[in-house]
Design a protein around this ligand. Structure first.
Ligand SMILES: Cc1cc2nc3c(=O)[nH]c(=O)nc-3n(C[C@H](O)[C@H](O)[C@H](O)COP(=O)(O)OP(=O)(O)OC[C@H]3O[C@@H](n4cnc5c(N)ncnc54)[C@H](O)[C@@H]3O)c2cc1C
Length: 291
């Protein structure tokens, strides 16, 4: 397993390779004001090896007048890698087009890399590096309990992970409880009316998927993690007390505090939750991919 790296400048980006855009598809409904695109990239790197949960690095052109040669950003791999007709590996990434408000000027600016990626068309060439980061590992115990919690584009690595589990690990007998958080139902990636990739597992007895939404999406109210987790609070708390329960979390940084609050209520106190989480983390049974 790789060691966690927290600063983008710490990543080793010497080994770069090119990738060709093979497909770019919007995966949020047109009715949603959030645009997430799934890009299929054919990597010009035949020996590319990936562990599930890892991310790839993308270089987008920098602003020369500011002395920036490029911008480097990470994106989770959203599906199991495949090989195209040429035999080269193909990966998918799900990119949310973001903008941010400059805290000094108050003006809204488009995010550099996400807009670069969302504007690419088939045949365009991208410079990349990686893969990087911790893997979400399939536990050694084949009857383990997995609790997967993803927000927004944080669902991408779990899509690949769950597919791998059911496709490539035939001996797997454990349970999978997936929580997908989004501002509104329209933003539930791979779990909306147009693309419900997780539907193929709904008939598996041991697979369950739940949604956590914002009660007032247009007011930018936070996702109701407390409500979504409390509904299954007793079950979750008993699972978290078992030695073969693993929790994997992916999405934006702010999830950490929101989940701590929600689990704190289930546990009965902040301290009780902090102790349980520390035990899980120490045993590699609480793994976070937050950005
Ligand atoms: C390990 C890792 C994996 C990642 N995986 C993905 C992924 O699978 N898909 C993806 O779209 N992004 C992912 N990101 C975020 C990505 O690397 C970029 O930070 C993001 O695309 C914004 O870059 P930018 O250059 O467009 O915006 P910048 O010009 O850097 O502006 C950043 C602004 O966008 C906000 N922001 C960043 N990411 C998001 C997001 N996903 N949703 C809402 N607001 C956001 C930030 O809070 C900030 O305000 C990941 C980051 C890390 C560290």
């Amino acid at each position: 397993m790789n060691s966690p790296v927290t600063h983008l400048e710490d990543y080793d980006t010497e080994q770069r390779f090119k990738a060709i855009v093979v497909e770019s598809e919007r995966i949020t409904p047109e009715a949603s004001d959030v645009e997430v695109r799934e890009l299929t990239l054919e990597l010009q790197q035949s020996d590319f090896e990936l562990q599930l949960g890892q991310s790839v690095g993308v270089f987008s052109p920098g602003t020369k007048e500011f002395g920036q040669e490029h911008h480097f950003r990470l994106y989770s791999v959203a599906d199991l890698p495949e090989r195209g007709r040429s035999g080269l590996p193909r990966i998918k990434i799900a990119v949310r087009r973001v903008s941010y408000v400059d805290k000094y000027s108050g003006e809204e600016y488009p995010g550099v890399s996400s807009n670069y990626l969302c504007d690419l068309v088939v045949g365009d060439i991208v410079t990349m590096a990686g893969p990087y980061g911790l893997a979400f590992e399939v536990p050694e115990e084949i009857d383990a309990n997995l609790i997967l919690i993803g927000t927004g584009t944080g669902i991408a690595p779990f899509r690949a992970f769950v597919k791998h589990l059911y496709k490539n690990v035939p001996e797997w007998k454990g349970t999978v409880t997936l929580f997908h958080g989004a501002r509104s139902g329209l933003e539930l990636l791979y779990m909306n009316d147009e693309r419900d990739d997780f539907a193929q597992y709904y008939d598996r007895e041991a697979f369950q998927a739940f949604k956590a939404l914002s009660p007032r999406p247009s007011w930018a109210a936070p996702i109701d993690w407390k409500g979504a987790l409390a509904e299954r609070g007793e079950k979750l708390w008993s699972l978290l007390g078992l030695p073969n329960t693993y929790v994997y979390v992916a999405g934006l940084e702010k999830m950490r505090g929101e989940l701590d609050d929600a689990f704190g209520e289930i546990a009965g106190s902040e301290q009780k939750w902090a102790r349980r989480k520390a035990e899980l983390s120490a045993g590699g049974r609480w793994v976070e991919l937050l950005y």
